[in-house]
Design a protein around this ligand. Structure first.
Ligand SMILES: [Ca+2]
Ligand SMILES: [Ca+2]
Ligand SMILES: [Ca+2]
Length: 185
């Protein structure tokens, strides 16, 4: 089922993943994206670094299987958007690809290991991912659903589910990548 809102969000995601900016996703793009996400973790945090690389690997396998229709090892923007909606976010795949990355990144970003993300931890995480504090700060307030000043694991997972599954143009999780709302929603 096609949704314009989901299409816009997955198009923004495509731009994140297309690290060499050639308009196609390849295995190398996903590996490069995994490296960027893994930088959220400290070097000695082998568990989360390994989890991030493994989950991006699974994500790429899903794209090869469901999106690369002509088998050339490249996935176009249109193929990506369709495969994201039809396959990657299907319940049987969502946890092992998308949610596994979200869990590992949140654990890695929780540098004082208190189980929640403070605003400083959240902003620092997005700076590593290339999103400025000006963009990530307003998103923090929206994702902090109960307004207690920190983002719990539950709130973070809710944001991930919103971003990947909600067709509501005003879902708080649409702000997960900060700039999405400013540019296209
Ligand atoms: Ca590319
Ligand atoms: Ca923390
Ligand atoms: Ca909260």
């Amino acid at each position: 089922m096609a949704s314009a809102v989901l299409g816009q969000k997955f198009s923004v995601l495509f731009d994140w993943f297309d690290q060499d900016r050639d308009g196609q996703l390849s295995a190398g793009d996903l590996q490069a994206t995994a490296k960027v996400f893994a930088q959220v973790a400290r070097d000695e945090d082998h568990t989360n670094v390994a989890a991030i690389h493994s989950a991006f690997g699974q994500w790429w396998q899903l794209l090869l299987e469901h999106a690369d229709t002509d088998g050339d090892g490249q996935v176009s923007r249109a193929e990506f958007v369709t495969a994201m909606q039809d396959s990657v976010t299907a319940p049987e795949h969502f946890e092992c690809a998308v949610m596994a990355i979200a869990d590992a990144v949140m654990n890695a970003a929780d540098t004082n290991v208190d189980g929640v993300l403070s605003k400083d931890e959240y902003v620092a995480m997005y700076e590593v991912l290339g999103v400025s504090a000006e963009q990530s700060s307003p998103a923090f307030a929206r994702l902090d659903l109960d307004g207690d000043g920190v983002i719990s694991h539950h709130e973070y997972r809710t944001a991930i589910v919103d971003f990947y599954l909600s067709t509501d143009p005003h879902a708080p999780g649409n702000y997960l990548l900060g700039p999405v709302e400013a540019t296209s929603l």
